[in-house]
Design a binder for this molecule. Structure first.
Ligand SMILES: NC(=O)c1ccc[n+]([C@@H]2O[C@H](COP(=O)([O-])OP(=O)(O)OC[C@H]3O[C@@H](n4cnc5c(N)ncnc54)[C@H](OP(=O)(O)O)[C@@H]3O)[C@@H](O)[C@H]2O)c1
Length: 215
């Protein structure tokens, strides 16, 4: 598959490297494709990796991954060009974190709206699926925990897009992700990300992920 990553931060790099390792072709979309950070990522990631503008990565993508900072997401989408993402699966990893009061951050929206819903409104013709927002980036690809693979939760309005993303999760080492319904469930996944973040501040460690106990 051709994957367009929108955003060259830790999440974009972690997921982009995961896709490239699995043999997908990955274009990292960024405001500055010539930056040292991006050139380094491309050379480290190997022949499956390239870099371009947000618009080039969106046009290249069969599946796009949105990995942008809260305050930059709308602008990144504008730069990508919603028409370049029409009909495509867009994996939304973003959390609407407000760092203005210092760490730990707070959610800037919730209960009645979410980043996932905003992204779907900004990309009305795309098929947005929330995923990978509830875990730190070092564990997004091939999470390795003594208790076995953790659980991933996804949501979105389009059933076939969720099937595609569930398949991606499985190949990334998150078997059988749990489908929480329409994109409005992003309100709860983004709140769950806060539980992950507050656990990080409480324990001073990012080595945790969520797993349901079942019997
Ligand atoms: N960090 C984690 O472990 C983690 C885990 C789960 C979810 N998340 C969520 O995933 C998202 C990405 O996280 P991250 O840590 O990778 O973020 P980040 O490094 O802070 O930012 C990601 C990218 O956002 C883009 N961006 C920032 N301001 C912009 C603007 N004004 N216009 C256009 N693009 C802009 C930048 O892209 P370019 O510089 O490439 O142009 C930047 O590299 C966030 O919403 C975060 O809450 C993070």
């Amino acid at each position: 598959m051709k994957i367009g990553i929108l955003g060259s931060g830790d999440v974009g790099k972690a997921l982009g490297s995961g896709f490239a390792t699995l043999g997908h072709r990955v274009m990292m979309g960024t405001r500055d494709p010539t930056s040292e950070k991006v050139r380094l990522w491309v050379s480290k990631t190997g022949p499956n990796a390239s870099a371009g503008t947000f618009a080039e990565a969106a046009a290249f993508a069969e599946v796009a991954v949105l990995a942008t900072l809260r305050d930059g997401t709308e602008s990144a989408i504008r730069l990508a060009g919603p028409q370049n993402l029409a009909g495509k699966v867009v994996v939304d990893t973003t959390n609407p974190l407000d760092f203005s009061g210092g760490p730990p951050p707070k959610l800037s929206i919730g209960h009645t709206d979410s980043a996932g819903e905003r992204v779907q409104r900004w990309l009305p013709a795309a098929r947005v699926v929330k995923a990978f927002n509830i875990v730190g980036n070092p564990h997004m690809f091939r999470p390795d925990f003594p208790g076995g693979p953790p659980d991933m939760f996804i949501c979105g309005n389009d059933a076939s897009a969720k099937e595609t993303v569930a398949g991606i999760c499985t190949t990334f080492g998150w078997p059988q992700p749990i489908d929480l319904g329409g994109i409005e469930s992003a309100r709860y996944l983004e709140a769950l990300a806060m539980v992950w973040i507050l656990t990080y501040f409480a324990t001073r460690s990012g080595n945790h992920a969520f797993k349901l106990l079942r019997k």
